[in-house]
Design a protein around this ligand. Structure first.
Ligand code: UAG
Ligand code: ATP
Ligand code: API
Ligand code: MG
Length: 488
């Protein structure tokens, strides 16, 4: 419970003459209970303002709504009109759920957010802190807190703060979270008190939502322009697209944030060399203090290195701190569904699962697997329905460029026709094999694998369902792979 005037004061809105107690906050009229504050938000599919009457009937005590939206005459519910209710409700939620971990780091970028957040959490846990990550994999922590709500990469404007408070009550003071472009655009992260923010890379995705690349970048830049405070730590992969890097650096410098560049062109932490090993990679790193470290990580794939370097830059108190992380790196575990080894065939062919669902991610993935492939490299993938259609043929082009055999199949067709999605994908790789049904594609390809081959099944990673229409059919790439490898 919290007084409405306390919430209004927190967001710099005028207080009401007769204060009331708010019992909860929600964005969804269906979740209203007596005494709640309901934020009526215009959305992409429906309009929360259409549910104002219902909200009053269900006992909402206050309704946050856009200016100029009609509000019925009532003594039971207070209207709070404001310019940007989506933003204001996040600040209110941060006040209502007021316990937040002391150390919070947010990561944005097209690919690598989940992995970087996971590595940050792992490093903290290896240092014996209670630590958590929030993102596409849900809420992970070394406490007995179990989150069971809906999983978005960035939880909604209220849920995020509710989770933060629960984690804090479980003694978590170290938190890494993913800042998706949707989340940033929809003000889901406003109200957070982060001390560091990371930018992994910027390549094509989500143009269905952001329409063009510049809007997509601008949404991501909000993390530095509006959320990370002046003087905060800004970790950036220096090897990304250079135009994007220039704009990111400019935003960071304007906010006088502490820029930490990592990667081959990194200054805070530079990657000098990589040697692929059968079970991992040996890295030589150089810090801003000119110290050099040679370390082996038990993970395959160049992109894992980028994400680990960014993770270190974001949690380091200063340049000296890097030395403390180096001995921990050999203990890092792979992130679920990211370059995860699912099975080895009796003939020694290997099958991996990965979450690459963009052209750039597929290119990186396949290039990373090539040094480990002694015969042919096979990739099975599809493209999600109701998502950026422009990336479909581009994904196929990258697959055809870097794999020996390309198999196009289904990946969450959602409300679209899977045959049509596959056709669009195939435009980028006309000679690729098309197999309808992900299980059939996996089953048929496994039978063909020869000694020394690698197969990677991309796009679903950790996902536990195939979304067809609006029904989620249980589906786990690793389980399906193991079923067919087991029956060879
Ligand atoms: C396109 C999109 O991002 N939609 C998000 C957005 O929904 P919206 O506001 O557009 O919702 P809407 O359905 O139009 O409804 C408008 C409002 O009316 C309310 N409503 C609706 C019906 C009703 O009966 N009563 C009621 O009050 C809704 O609660 C909502 O507040 O705001 C909601 C609350 O924050 C999100 O749950 C919802 O995510 C949907 C489920 C979604 O699928 N989002 C995906 C695309 C997404 O966000 N993905 C990103 C990035 C993925 C990545 O790159 O990793 C993520 O962070 O997960
Ligand atoms: N730094 C990187 N550069 C390029 N590709 C990467 C990088 N990190 C991960 N990837 C690729 O992207 C896939 C998804 O990685 P991850 O889940 O960490 O990204 P994400 O940004 O969280 O994705 P999402 O937007 O779906 O949440 C990986 O399986 C891999 O193929
Ligand atoms: N967070 C991404 C994940 C895509 C994963 C892929 N399996 C798909 O469904 O397109 C999205 O929602 O666009
Ligand atoms: Mg993610």
């Amino acid at each position: 419970m919290m007084s409405l005037n306390k919430l209004l004061h927190h967001v710099h809105l005028s207080c009401v003459p007769k204060d009331i107690q708010i019992t909860g906050i929600t964005l969804d009229s269906r979740k209203i209970q007596k005494g709640y504050l309901f934020a009526a938000l215009p959305g992409t599919k429906s309009n929360g303002c259409d549910y104002i009457d219902m909200a009053i009937e269900k006992g909402a005590s206050a309704i946050l709504l856009p200016i100029n939206v009609p509000f019925p005459q009532t003594d039971h519910c207070i209207a709070i009109p404001c310019d940007n209710p989506r933003y204001i409700v996040s600040l209110m939620a941060a006040c209502f759920f007021s316990k937040h971990p002391q150390h919070q780091i947010a990561i944005t970028g097209t690919n690598g957010k989940t992995s970087t957040a996971d590595f940050i959490r792992q490093i903290w846990q290896l240092q014996h802190y209670k630590a958590a990550s929030i993102g596409t994999l849900g809420v992970i922590s070394n406490t007995n807190y179990h989150y069971t709500g809906p999983v978005l990469t960035t939880p909604d404007n209220i849920m995020l703060h509710e989770i933060l408070t629960s984690l804090t009550e479980h003694n978590v003071q170290h938190l890494a979270l993913e800042a998706s472009s949707h989340g940033l655009d929809q003000y889901r992260l406003d109200g957070l008190t982060i001390e560091a923010a990371g930018f992994t890379n910027l390549t094509r995705d989500h143009l269905d939502y952001h329409h063009d690349f510049q809007h997509y970048l601008q949404a991501k830049l909000r993390l530095f322009k509006d959320i990370l405070p002046i003087g905060g730590i800004a970790g950036v992969n220096a090897d990304m697209d250079q135009d994007a890097l220039t704009q990111i650096k400019q935003a960071i410098l304007e906010r006088k944030q502490n820029l930490r560049l990592v990667g081959e062109q990194g200054q805070f932490l530079q990657l000098l060399s990589v040697t692929p090993l059968p079970e991992g990679q040996q890295l030589v790193l150089k810090t801003a203090l000119n110290d050099r470290f040679s370390v082996t990580i038990p993970l395959l794939g160049r992109y894992q290195i980028d994400n680990i370097l960014l993770a270190m830059a974001l949690i380091a108190k200063d340049e000296h701190d890097i030395a403390n992380f180096i001995p921990l790196l050999p203990h890092l575990k792979g992130v679920r569904g990211r370059m995860e080894q699912a099975a080895i065939l009796p003939n020694s062919a290997a099958v991996y699962v990965d979450y690459a669902h963009t052209p750039d991610a597929l290119a990186h993935l396949l290039q990373s697997l090539r040094p480990h492939t002694h015969n042919n490299l096979h990739v099975i993938f599809g493209a999600g329905g109701d998502r950026d259609a422009g990336k479909r043929p581009l994904m196929a082009q990258e697959a055809a460029k870097y794999a020996d055999y390309v198999i196009i199949t289904d990946d969450n067709p959602r409300t679209e026709d899977p045959d049509l999605i596959r056709q669009e994908v195939k435009m980028g790789a006309p000679t690729a094999l098309e197999i309808a049904g992900r299980e059939q594609a996996i089953a048929q390809t496994i039978k063909k694998l020869q000694s020394g081959d690698i197969l990677v099944v991309a796009g679903k990673g950790h996902e536990q369902g195939q979304i067809i229409g609006s029904v989620v059919h249980p589906f786990d790439d690793v389980t399906i792979i193991q079923k067919y490898v087991g029956s060879l």
